[in-house]
Design a protein around this ligand. Structure first.
Ligand SMILES: Nc1ncnc2c1ncn2[C@@H]1O[C@H](COP(=O)(O)OP(=O)(O)OP(=O)(O)O)[C@@H](O)[C@H]1O
Length: 586
């Protein structure tokens, strides 16, 4: 348990003052409570003597009111400091988790469900917060109050104390014994919650598809099953927890019975004063909470431990590539060539690219054509260092890729991906996304030029607030073609050294594609562009075109050179030409 919690040491250390003040407040609160039975004892004994004046009761009464005030302040203090520190730790942990997750690679996310990761970032962090606040309070009460009460009782009347505490060791054994079971049951609860989150996330992310295939009932049933599982796991936990609680209460009740039996006899025989009897009864009642607190502590700490392990599993996952901040700015502008020599790539030990050798010269355009699944996007991932080659070497301006900090390398690229993800933000902010701090200095004239090149102007004219129109969750939905055009504008905005267009105009018609591409070629003159497309017409102006088939380059050359060869490129060209001719005749 301690080993697991040591992961929190840096966070606890940062908030040690809050914890110190919180613990002092807790000692004041608990210590103050220990005095109350003493005053009650004095008052009862005074009353039991039969002859007393109201002034005799006044002093203890005033003290008790003052004590209640101190206890109240102490209670506020520990809540303020301990809950405050735990909240801050939760916030810091969440921030660290989030930034670490941004460094994890593609393969990590492929093997981990998004819903599960989200559950760890929310539900599990909540449990850690409970352990670092209420868990600590319960632990303190369990230890400090139990010891203090036992010492007072033993001092007051050791024989009575020893008799009445006979059931207490049973409580400890019970709590510790069931603690382990609670831990594993809680892990099952958290895992079923992760499954539930995962299914919800997947369902709502693909709702249109589900509705399109009229598969709502199937998903409702799937969710209901996961929901039932979550309930079953929770009920199992409740059963054990529910068994523990009454048993501890029963055993605590036994202590009161013993007191009434043994203590009552002592009062009658005169060896115990009525005040001492009432005080002991009070102390025993005060013991119930720390006794329960022990169970509560075990429960909270076990839950916290389980959750911490789940969060640590993410934090301990190594980033796909090491990021040496010192190297961040060392990658100079791309000026010569990028060379791939005999490069291969794998996913989960399955080879998808082999023996790739190609040179991309600065200022030139490389076209990539290939059937679906032939490895075109994987080639781009290699260039962006999102995937490491399993063999061979990639260099940029003669520097091996392994010596270049990945983020620094990626800054040289502008990547327009196939799926054109847009953020729920204004179109302007989506377009300016790649600029970072330079956003403020970009002129409206430049923005308008990029919009025109991307063929976006007509779309913006239709939108209610033009470029300021919100898209996504908080705004309008855009069509697939509009999405791609906005993504193109985003890729062009920073005028990157190397622009990658990964089949990024597949949702616009061939004519519009040609129109946009001719403008892009014009503005990119002297800069490097890598273009993947299924349309030969889009690639024909490239300086070099490679044909990828089943993970290898089968042909490469210019448009004219490839047309002279009997190859996939020429077949596709002929096919698309005849399609265009047929369309023209219609
Ligand atoms: N993350 C991944 N994990 C495992 N296999 C993958 C992964 N990404 C792609 N693949 C597999 O690698 C092969 C090449 O995929 P890739 O996406 O590079 O092809 P592509 O030529 O870009 O296809 P498309 O034209 O359909 O986009 C395919 O067989 C694909 O199933």
């Amino acid at each position: 348990m301690l080993k697991t919690y040591s992961a929190l040491a840096p966070y606890l250390k940062r908030h040690r003052l809050s914890y110190l003040f919180g613990l002092i407040s807790l000692i004041i609160t608990s210590g103050g409570q220990l005095f109350i039975p003493q005053y009650i004892k004095r008052m009862v004994d005074t009353i039991a003597q039969g002859s007393f004046s109201p002034a005799d009761l006044m002093r203890p009464l005033v003290f008790m009111v003052l004590l209640a005030l101190v206890i109240g302040i102490g209670r506020f203090g520990w809540r303020f400091w301990l809950h405050g520190a735990a909240r801050r730790i939760e916030t810091e942990l969440r921030a660290d988790l989030f930034s670490h997750m941004t460094l994890l690679g593609d393969s990590y996310y492929q093997n981990h469900n998004t819903g599960d990761l989200m559950a760890r970032g929310t539900h599990d962090l909540h449990q850690i917060r409970m352990a670092t606040s209420m868990g600590l309070v319960a632990f303190f009460d369990g230890v400090f109050m139990t010891i203090a009460i036992l010492v007072i009782m033993l001092e007051q009347n050791s024989e009575l104390a020893l008799f009445t505490i006979i059931p207490l060791p049973f409580i400890t054994v019970l709590v510790l014994g069931l603690g382990k079971a609670i831990g594993s049951l809680f892990r099952a609860v958290q895992e079923s919650f992760s499954r539930l989150s995962g299914q919800s996330q997947e369902t709502f992310a693909n709702l249109k598809l589900i509705q399109g295939f009229v598969k709502e009932q199937y998903f409702i049933k799937r969710f209901a099953d996961a929901n039932d599982q979550y309930q079953i796991q929770n009920l199992r936990l409740i059963q054990v927890w529910g068994f523990l609680f009454p048993l501890v209460t029963f055993l605590s009740g036994l202590t009161t019975l013993i007191l009434l039996w043994v203590g009552g006899g002592k009062v009658i025989s005169g060896s115990l004063s009525p005040g001492e009897f009432v005080a002991t009864l009070n102390y025993l009642q005060m013991l119930i909470w720390p006794m329960l607190g022990a169970g509560f502590t075990v429960n909270l700490l076990q839950r916290g431990k389980t959750s911490l392990i789940r969060v640590q599993e993410i934090m301990n996952a190594a980033p796909e590539f090491t990021t040496d901040e010192g190297l961040l700015d060392e990658c100079k502008p791309f000026s010569q060539s990028m060379v791939l020599s005999k490069v291969c790539a794998e996913y989960n030990e399955t080879r998808v690219l082999s023996d790739i050798s190609v040179s991309i010269n600065a200022g030139e355009t490389l076209g990539v054509l290939g059937p679906t699944g032939s490895g075109k996007t994987t080639l781009i991932r290699l260039l962006l260092r999102l995937v490491e080659p399993c063999d061979g070497e990639i260099t940029i301006d003669s520097t091996p890729y392994g010596n270049v900090e990945p983020r620094s390398l990626r800054k040289r690229f502008g990547y327009v991906s196939q799926d054109s993800f847009l953020f729920s933000d204004s179109i302007r902010n989506n377009i300016l996304f790649s600029l970072g701090e330079e956003r403020g200095s970009v002129s409206e004239e430049h923005i308008n030029k990029i919009i025109a090149i991307s063929g976006l102007q007509q779309d913006l004219d239709q939108f209610p607030e033009g470029i300021e129109t919100q898209i996504g969750e908080r705004g309008i939905s855009v069509s697939g073609g509009q999405k791609q055009r906005i993504a193109i504008a985003r890729g062009l905005m920073s005028n990157p050294d190397i622009l990658i267009l990964d089949d990024s105009l597949s949702a616009v018609d061939a004519q519009t594609e040609e129109h946009i591409l001719s403008h892009i070629m014009a503005i990119r003159r002297g800069k490097t562009t890598i273009m993947i497309s299924h349309r030969v017409n889009a690639l024909r102006l490239s300086d070099t075109i490679i044909v990828l088939e089943q993970g290898t380059i089968t042909h490469q050359g210019s448009h004219a050179e490839l047309l002279r060869k009997d190859c996939y490129y020429r077949d596709i060209y002929n096919l698309q030409q005849s399609e265009d001719d047929t369309e023209a005749q219609l």
